[in-house]
Design a protein around this ligand. Structure first.
Ligand code: ADP
Length: 484
């Protein structure tokens, strides 16, 4: 078993609602499994509407006192939470590997990344500035302030079990909101452990609750509630659209961080070594299961062979295995369904004439492990250019001109991340400005960090997380006109 003794105290099998650990009223539970071994690690409550409404009510009750604290007081609590998360980085990382599968080193990296949002928003809490505007008459003053939106609800996915939570909870708490989180049923343990540490750090009862259980029921309890003023969701476009529609009758604020389909373009003037490394960074993190992973790779024809060779050298060095084993860089995919999608995309690419130059099939380890895969001579109408593969597959597609590459990049309903490698200054400006995406990496494959606004356009959603902009999602402007 991978359940090491040091992890037991971080495994919570109850929900944290209003500062109390509790089971589902029905007594029902959901099993949490290790995707590497299929071993059942724990059971979490299968809560429904009643428990969710209880958490929402508690968040509403806790709101007045929390929002009245000074920004500095709330920042102190967040800083203590940040410190506790970092003190327990090793155990939290291992817990994440246990339920999600990513290698321990990568999981520890995500814990530090998740903690960086807590630290960032603890700092930004004190900088939620307003403004004053000259009045229309001599005695008039126009004052604009920021107030917390109120009770918030968040629904998060399994691919980043820690960071997707802190990115929403930290800014909410920083500005004086209270929040109820429903984590993905695949990875609730990291969420519950984070909530336990928040409680230890001094987050008051009801300010941050975690409810596990049936996604649809809990989602409906959130969207139908008059008390919930904002919903923040990270996940699929289909579910995001459902939540948006369901939030319409009560006119909630919404932030949606949805699917991506990132283009990655390598131009003939690029530093090919750097581009190959950037592609590895962007593509294979979390075994290809991130919404900003390069999904379709366009390579200028004159350098396609040279680039492919450099890429293959690096792909050969990737090491597939159990995330707890030393040197492993690619863990299992989250589920059998995920493996089937990858297989479908590869089969479709082959039908379009693409050649498998590396991998292309399930890994000999069995389970949900998949070989890192490189396909060459792809076409711009393959399935994997239209939807997220969410697996370790690099489809290389040749192109001739800059205009053609930009056309391919923008021929997608999605617009989250995009990457390109080039040296020509004019080309860098033209492509960075021409590409339809919320985030563009130029000569880098890593763009996510707490200091910058993360988010997408088109079917990739709306709203931004991180940066000082991440606070705005949780505040309302109030304008006061004083005539004295
Ligand atoms: P993914 O492909 O990442 O699983 P989902 O959108 O299905 O994408 O899941 C993201 C989050 O949304 C998870 O917490 C999941 O439980 C939740 N979810 C799934 N379906 C619904 C729904 N109908 N209403 C509310 N939340 C949902």
């Amino acid at each position: 078993s991978d359940i090491r003794p040091n992890l037991r105290k971080f495994i919570y099998e109850q929900c944290l609602i209003n500062g109390e650990w509790r089971s589902a009223d029905s007594g029902k539970t959901i099993a949490v499994t290790n995707p590497a071994t299929q071993e059942v690690i724990a059971h979490v409550p299968n809560c429904g509407a009643t428990e969710t409404e209880h958490a929402i009510q508690a968040a509403a009750t806790a709101l007045p006192a929390w929002r009245q604290k000074t920004a500095a007081e709330r920042a102190q609590v967040l800083k203590r939470w940040h410190a506790l998360v970092m003190e327990n980085q090793q155990a939290l990382g291992e817990l994440m590997t246990l339920e999600q599968g990513k290698p321990v080193a990568e999981a520890k990296g995500e814990i530090a990344y998740a903690a960086s949002y807590i630290e960032w928003f603890a700092e930004e809490a004190r900088r939620s500035y307003g403004e004053t505007i000259p009045g229309l008459t001599a005695s008039q003053r126009i004052i604009v302030t920021r107030e917390p939106v109120g009770v918030c609800a968040a629904i998060t996915p399994w691919n980043f079990p820690a960071a997707m939570i802190t990115r929403k909870v930290a800014p909410a708490l920083a500005v004086g909101c209270t929040i109820v989180v429903k984590p993905a049923s695949e990875t609730p343990l990291t969420a519950l452990a984070l909530a336990a540490l928040a409680q230890e750090a001094g987050v008051p009862n009801g300010v941050f609750s975690v409810v596990t259980g049936d996604a649809k029921t809990i989602g409906e309890a959130f969207t139908s509630s008059e008390l919930v003023r904002k919903i923040s969701f990270t996940g699929s476009t289909a579910v995001g659209a459902t939540l948006m529609a369901a939030s319409a009758p009560t006119l909630k604020r919404i932030s949606l961080e949805l699917g991506g389909n990132a283009p990655f373009i390598v131009f003939d003037d690029a530093d090919l070594d750097k581009a190959a490394q950037g592609l590895i960074d962007s593509k294979f993190r979390n075994a290809g299961q991130t919404c900003v992973c390069a999904n379709r790779v366009y390579v200028q024809r004159s350098i396609a062979d040279a680039f492919t060779q450099k890429l293959l050298e690096k792909v050969r060095a990737l090491n597939v295995g159990n995330g707890f084993d030393d040197g492993v860089t690619i863990g299992p995919l989250i589920s059998e369904k995920a493996v089937e999608k990858v297989e479908k995309h590869i089969a479709d690419a082959k039908q379009h004439g693409a050649e498998v130059v590396y991998g292309g099939a399930r890994h000999e380890l069995g389970g949900t492990w998949f070989q890192p895969t490189v396909l060459s001579n792809g076409t711009p109408d393959m399935l994997c250019t239209k939807e997220e593969t969410f697996g370790p597959v690099v489809p290389l597609i040749p192109f001739d001109s800059e205009e053609e590459a930009l056309g391919y990049a923008n021929a997608s309903e999605f617009g989250l991340a995009a990457y390109f490698y080039a040296r020509d200054a004019g080309r860098i400006r033209r492509v960075a400005e021409g590409i339809e995406a919320g985030m563009v990496g130029v000569n880098t494959g890593l763009i996510s960090n707490a200091t910058a606004p993360f988010g997408g356009v088109k079917a990739s959603g709306m709203g931004r997380e991180g940066g000082h902009q991440g606070l705005d999602e949780y505040t309302e402007l109030k304008y006061v006109c004083i005539d004295v």
